[in-house]
Design a protein around this ligand. Structure first.
Ligand code: SF4
Ligand code: SF4
Length: 440
């Protein structure tokens, strides 16, 4: 069915994929009565509110704008009245202003949303960057880096644009469904980025556990000689940008450098689709696909949710919980973030909501000192010595950890996942990285 050559990287781990929702059509969440839209859903400066309590807002209207520096504007995801502007704490404890909108259910779209009439060939790089910025698009794979800034930093450097369709974390199938249901939008997004950067080649990097998506893409791009599909061996963390570049080109991105420094720009599949919607239909980013799964969820699903809908509403739409959840994670089980509030809102970074019972909670079930088995070393995709990094962090010898390149750790969690002694390696590494950042 597809080319036998499969791309991969050194290290990493195979794990139970739990991709049970891959065969389920994405379903739109019924209109929530209210949404609570945080003014920071991206890396960079927090947006400032430009609406007030009592204002009427329409879908796609800018309600928060960046005053200066890196960041994305924030848009209303429903039409209705601004009920209040409140400060809420996110999962990291950072206070963030939220604009709460009472939904009138009329789905009134803002006048700025209109389809483009001019062809892509006539668009300039600056125009594309403006469209992506004004649409509030940031990396939807979970990193939430503003996409317009990524394009800017790749100008004159990136000859290849890679669409990251690896989706290597267990449970998450949002990109897989997107490729099957709206694959054309993802292809258009790639072509827009290639045009903006005058890139010579476009690649879809897809893991081999999505044969139907690979088949769709190969057929859809058959007449486009600049585009190709690279089938990646299913292995975690294949979706990490550095592993994608290494798997395809056998090139390592030097520490502290970006994919653009080795000639590539990489964006997630859903981000590419959002770029297409913004460019051709004038639609800003106001919703995203969320995979809802885990042993506590009655009916796991892929849900298209408006930004600002609460986790509770999304989970209830999936039949609610059949067991008491011990852990709620936003994102994948390896790199996602534990959450403490079911009333927290879906944001641009919420690729999944996973609810696990005590049975699935590995923490503290077993724990001993390092056995020096070397498993973490052989599995580390960044070729680090995680065992030593953890020991230095435990001893607060952060400078020694820095000498062993702790800052290159991508926090994939592969080391902790496989450690037979249950050492929480990545947690120690995070502490060391945080301490070094604070010192700098
Ligand atoms: S995998 Fe765990 S036990 Fe083995 S060397 Fe690494 S830290 Fe030590
Ligand atoms: S040390 Fe960092 S990069 Fe290496 S396996 Fe552990 S978390 Fe991943």
């Amino acid at each position: 069915m597809f080319n036998k050559k499969k791309y991969t990287f050194r290290g990493g781990t195979h794990m139970n994929e739990h991709k049970d929702t891959a065969c389920l059509q994405t379903i739109r969440l019924p209109e929530p009565a209210t949404v609570s839209i945080p003014l920071s859903q991206h890396i960079g400066a927090h947006a400032k509110p430009i609406v007030q309590k009592g204002d009427y807002v329409k879908i796609g209207q800018i309600i928060g704008e960046i005053e200066s520096g890196l960041g994305c504007p924030v848009h209303a995801s429903v039409s209705g009245t601004v009920k209040e502007i409140v400060t809420r704490h996110n999962a990291q404890g950072t206070p963030i202003q939220n604009i709460v909108i009472e939904n009138d259910g009329l789905r009134v779209q803002h006048e700025s949303i209109r389809p483009r009439t001019a062809p892509l060939e006539e668009a300039t790089t600056e125009e594309i960057i403006d469209i992506v910025r004004n649409a509030g698009i940031s990396g939807l794979g979970g990193a939430t880096f503003p996409t317009y800034a990524k394009i800017q930093s790749a100008i004159g450097k990136a000859k290849t644009v890679i669409i990251n369709c690896a989706e290597c974390e267990p449970y998450i199938t949002a990109n897989h469904r997107l490729l099957l249901e709206r694959g054309q939008c993802v292809i258009e997004g790639l072509e827009i980025l290639m045009h903006a950067l005058q890139a010579e080649e476009g690649i879809f990097a897809v893991e081999d556990n999505k044969p139907d998506a690979i088949e769709f893409l190969q057929k859809a791009i058959a007449s486009k000689p600049k585009l190709r599909v690279c089938v990646m061996r299913t292995k975690y963390p294949q979706g990490d940008e550095r592993q994608i570049v290494y798997a395809i080109y056998r090139k390592e991105i030097p520490a502290g450098k970006l994919p653009a420094d080795v000639g590539c720009m990489i964006v997630n599949a859903e981000t590419a689709a959002a770029i297409s919607r913004a460019f051709f239909r004038g639609k800003p980013l106001v919703s995203r696909i969320v995979t809802v799964a885990g042993d506590c969820v009655k009916e796991p699903k892929n849900v298209r949710a408006p930004l600002g809908a609460s986790y509770r509403e999304v989970v209830e739409f999936c039949g609610g919980c059949i067991k008491e959840p011990k852990k709620l994670i936003s994102g994948g089980p390896m790199m996602g973030q534990a959450q403490w509030d079911m009333d927290a809102p879906v944001t641009k970074g919420t690729s999944a909501l996973l609810l696990f019972s005590e049975e699935y909670d590995r923490i503290n079930t077993y724990h001993s000192a390092c056995l020096h088995c070397g498993l973490c070393v052989s599995n580390c995709p960044m070729h680090l010595m995680p065992n030593y990094l953890a020991q230095y962090a435990q001893a607060r010898r952060y400078d020694d950890a820095a000498k062993m390149d702790v800052m290159s750790c991508v926090e994939c969690g592969t080391c902790s996942f496989n450690c037979p002694a249950g050492v929480q390696i990545v947690q120690y590494i995070r502490v060391a990285k945080g301490a070094l950042r604070a010192k700098r």
